[in-house]
Design a protein around this ligand. Structure first.
Ligand code: SER
Length: 320
């Protein structure tokens, strides 16, 4: 029986992943752990919710014992833009938090840990087009440094201690339910809210900044797909490249204009431009496709139509 603890369950990915896991494994079997932000009504009403600081090992152990946890989806992390403003907090949460999760998994002999990585593991020396699975990992952000370190640490726990740790290098994630917090790819979510509310948006990246992105339904399906994959087929563990589709802000604006013709965009690049410029434009995810059958369902057009339909509905209900 799966008893799943989701850390970072109130965050952009965690909030929707938790609901998908509850649907699949049963509401009572998925414990949503948040830190400072209170859980949404959807999380509170669909299963157990707790407060947990992943940097505090005792809190993690207590939750594992209390709920009989055998699987952790460790989604708690500080993202790239906030990570540059508070590098020490980024290190503490992303590394010491992960170390606590891995040590708890080893000591309690947990069945599995899922720990996301990111396109932020790559850096300016990495080939930027169709970035290979095996390539240069020299990031220039603290977030990227923690994600490379995290991948190495996770893989070490696989080989050294036999802990079943799995993870994906998420591209920028676009989602309709919870806003992302403090990332460089966040513009691709904010733009939809502003398109619906004000028909205009000022983007903090240049118009031609191509980045790899993915839509949340593909993220939840892919993450659960990797967690359920046959272990004997996996040659990689915590570092699978994952791709959805790539676009620049001007491409997304043009797509939105197909639905909202009066939408306008302007550009005021800030410090996040340098972060984006150090990341890939597109990703080769053939290892994930071969080893556990990954494929994305959404592209730029279908994602945009779905996002706008969902947010428009919420706007009309007065909930946006
Ligand atoms: N979306 C993340 C960020 O922008 C990348 O993993 O920080």
């Amino acid at each position: 029986m799966n008893k799943i603890l989701v850390t970072g369950a109130v965050g952009q990915i965690g909030s929707e992943l938790t609901l998908a896991l509850r649907e699949r494994y049963g509401r009572e079997n998925v414990i949503a752990a948040g830190h400072r932000t209170p859980p949404s009504d959807a999380l509170l009403q669909s299963g157990p919710c707790i407060t947990l600081d992943v940097t505090q090992r005792a809190q993690l152990d207590a939750a594992i014992v209390k709920y009989g946890v055998d699987t952790i989806y460790h989604m708690a992390a500080v993202l790239s833009a906030v990570g540059e403003q508070k590098p020490h907090v980024c290190w503490d949460v992303n590394i010491n938090g992960l170390y606590n999760v891995l040590e708890a998994a080893r000591e309690f002999k947990l069945a599995r840990v899922i720990c996301p990585s990111s396109i932020a593991v790559f850096g300016p020396e990495t080939p930027r087009v169709n970035t290979p699975q095996e390539t240069v990992l020299r990031p220039t952000t603290m977030y990227g440094v923690t994600k490379v370190t995290g991948e190495l640490l996770c893989n070490y726990y696989v080989w050294r201690f036999g802990v079943d740790v799995r993870g994906l290098r998420y591209p920028g994630v676009i989602s309709s339910e919870t806003l992302p917090g403090g990332g460089t790819t966040d513009y691709a979510v904010e733009i939809f809210y502003e398109a619906i509310r004000h028909k205009k948006y000022t983007c903090f990246l240049r118009e031609d900044t191509v980045l790899p992105m993915i839509y949340m339904p593909d993220v939840t399906r892919g993450t659960i797909g990797l967690a359920e994959a046959d272990a004997s087929r996996l040659r990689h563990h915590a570092d699978f490249n994952m791709a959805g589709f790539s676009f620049a802000p001007r491409d997304l604006a043009a797509e939105i204009r197909k639905h909202i013709p009066e939408f306008t965009i302007s550009y005021a690049p800030d410090f996040r431009q340098a972060i984006a410029d150090s990341w890939p434009m597109s990703i080769d995810d053939s290892a994930a496709r071969e080893e556990w059958g990954w494929y994305p369902e959404y592209d730029l057009a279908t994602m945009t139509a779905d996002m706008l339909a969902k947010l428009q509905r919420r706007y009309e209900e007065g909930k946006l």
